[in-house]
Every structure is written in C-alpha cells, then in structure tokens.
Design a protein. Structure first.
Length: 296
C-alpha cells in the first residue's frame, strides 16, 4: 500500500484545503496564509506539543501521512512522529501521532489535518467491518466512484487501509457498461450484450471490460463474449448463485446494489468474487478524533 501523499492529486488537494481555511496571499495581509486569531493573540515564538488520538470506540487508522503533510506544508519545522501506521487499529485514547512546533503553525494546521483524518479513519473502519464480515468466503470488498469530488484519492486510499480493494479510479481505467450505456447502445437489446463487449474491446483493448446485468438472461448474453467482470445488480440471492455458477471459470462476479453490513455475509456466501459498496465513501461519516496540545 503506497503512501497516498506520493500522489500529485493528494499534494494539490492538501494545499487547496489549507488555502480554503487560511485564505491566500492575494486575499489576506500575510506572506502566505492567514490565521487572524493566532496572529493577533499568540506569541510568534511560542512552542507547543501535542497528539492525535481517537475517542469513543476507537478506529482503523488512515491519513497519518496526510496529517503530517498538512503540518509540514504550513511549517516544515513542525516535527511529526507517527506512532500508529495506516491500517492499524487504535484504541480510545491511544496515540496515533504526536507533534511539536511553533504554536501558531499548529493552530493554523490542526483543523485541516483532523478533517482529513476523521473522514479517512471512518471509511477505513467501515471497510474493515465489511472485510471482517465476509473474510471466511475470501470476498473482495470494493469501493465505487461515489466519492467526495476532489477527495477520491484519499477516500479510496482509506478503503485500502481498511483491507478493502479499489475498483476503477475513474471512467478512464475500465470499461463498465451500466444500464444507461446498454440502453444507448444499438437499442439496448439484452440478447446482444456480447456484441457490446466486443465493441468495447475493440475501442479499448488494454482495459478490463465489465457489464452490469440485472437478470439471468442478460448474464448469459454478456457471458458469450467473456468479459473480465460481470456485475450482478440488485439480484436475489437465488439468482446470484445461478449467475456465479454460470460465470465460473469465465468471468469474475461483482455483487452490487444497496448491500448492507447485515446482508454482506449472505451475499458473500453465493460465491461472488467481490461486493461493491458506495456506502464506504458516501456514508461513512467521521470518526471522533481528539487533537490535544499544550504550550511548552
């Protein structure tokens, strides 16, 4: 699992988030960013030290290097020590990371650092729950494109921290024919989905092709062209089992469509290769993290 902060998108997003909170030099009377309250009240020489830890029930850690990057962008001299690696579980009150540096710098960076970590830890923790619920079947837990605009790289990384697997990053790295695509392709004949697969492969020979199907009839049709993946959308458990049997040795299968944690085990028991879940990124919420610090 590569550090998310190696991504140019992640670096740009961190700077944008800081600019959103601290304003830019063109809009504020500061050399870079402006924390008006700290400039007015905090001694520029004051030094502070502190930590970030979870409250409540604890969490799967995600975003430590993002928090460090936020602090380092504000002030490269802030010393950040990561005590819990991304993907590890932190109990309530257990230190995730510690920091030391100019008090003004820490005050300027703390909210942005926490905002990233709280959302990422929540996604990682929810992903881990689904992974644990289905692990006896070896089912992959996939994310989707239902992410916060501009923050996809962080949210998909958090899924990895929770033990999940990334689906396509965007519309550019896999052909995924959903119902709307099928309807717009030559009238959407459900008995000619194999021809749609052939057309997709011709246009993008290096990309995996996935077809969303809603019935056994559509599954049989798509399967004739042997797509890499077949998505079983909102199917009954009985139909999922039939499709999995049909696809065995030909295409991987992905169950999708409002699957809850309570249903995940039953869906995994059908033998599907993977379960995709929009809730991992659009409904995870935030973990309650505490950032505590004091002046030295």
């Amino acid at each position: 699992m590569k550090d998310v902060m190696l991504s140019s998108r992640a670096k740009a997003a961190v700077r944008l988030a800081l600019d959103e909170d601290l304003c830019s030099a063109t809009d504020a009377k500061a050399s870079l960013w402006c924390d008006a309250t700290s400039i007015a009240l905090v001694d520029p020489a004051a030094v502070a030290t502190g930590e970030i830890h979870p409250k409540g029930a604890g969490c799967v850690v995600a975003g430590t290097t993002v928090a460090r990057a936020v602090m380092k962008v504000v002030d490269p001299k802030i010393k950040v020590t990561i005590l819990k690696k991304d993907g590890e579980f932190a109990k309530p009150g257990e230190q995730i990371l510690t920091f030391r540096g100019k008090a003004r710098s820490i005050l300027a960076a703390e909210r942005t650092a926490l905002n990233f970590m709280q959302r990422m830890c929540a996604t990682a923790t929810l992903a881990r729950k689904f992974v644990d619920a289905t692990k006896r079947y070896g089912t992959l837990i996939l994310d989707t494109r239902k992410t916060t605009p501009g923050l996809r790289v962080f949210e998909k990384y958090a899924v990895l921290c929770g033990g999940g697997t990334n689906h396509r990053m965007g519309m550019y790295d896999r052909v995924l024919m959903k119902d709307n695509h099928r309807r717009l392709w030559k009238g959407g004949n459900p008995d000619e989905l194999d021809q749609a697969v052939v057309a997709a492969r011709k246009a993008f020979p290096k990309l995996d092709v996935e077809v969303e199907v809603e019935s056994l009839r559509e599954c049989k049709s798509a399967l004739k062209a042997k797509p890499e993946w077949i998505m079983l959308d909102n199917m009954s458990i009985a139909d999922m089992k039939k499709c999995v049997k049909m696809c065995k040795g030909i295409s991987k299968t992905e169950a999708s469509g409002g699957i809850t944690l309570d249903r995940a085990k039953e869906v995994a028991s059908t033998g599907v290769t993977a379960i995709s879940l929009g809730c991992l990124t659009h409904s995870a919420g935030s973990v309650d993290l505490s950032l505590e610090w004091s002046a030295v």
